[in-house]
Write a protein of this length. Structure first.
Length: 68
């Protein structure tokens, strides 16, 4: 297996892993809100959004290495 194939596998794994984190952050922020901790929930929501953006970077990297 060459380096680029390994890179594709690694990026695909990281994307999947990152998407799972977003789901966990969203669920946790809902739990914090339900517990009356809106400020803390807000920070977790922000983390979910930042993770979404980082996942987009990973997707873009994967697309870039798949060109040509």
């Amino acid at each position: 297996m060459d380096f680029l194939e390994k890179a594709r596998i690694r990026l695909t794994h990281w994307i999947s892993h990152s998407e799972q984190h977003v789901k966990e952050y969203e669920a946790f922020s809902s739990e914090l809100e339900a517990a009356g901790k809106a400020e803390g929930a807000g920070f977790i929501k922000e983390m979910a959004e930042l993770t979404r953006k980082s996942t987009d970077c990973l997707r873009n990297a994967l697309k870039a290495i798949e060109k040509d």
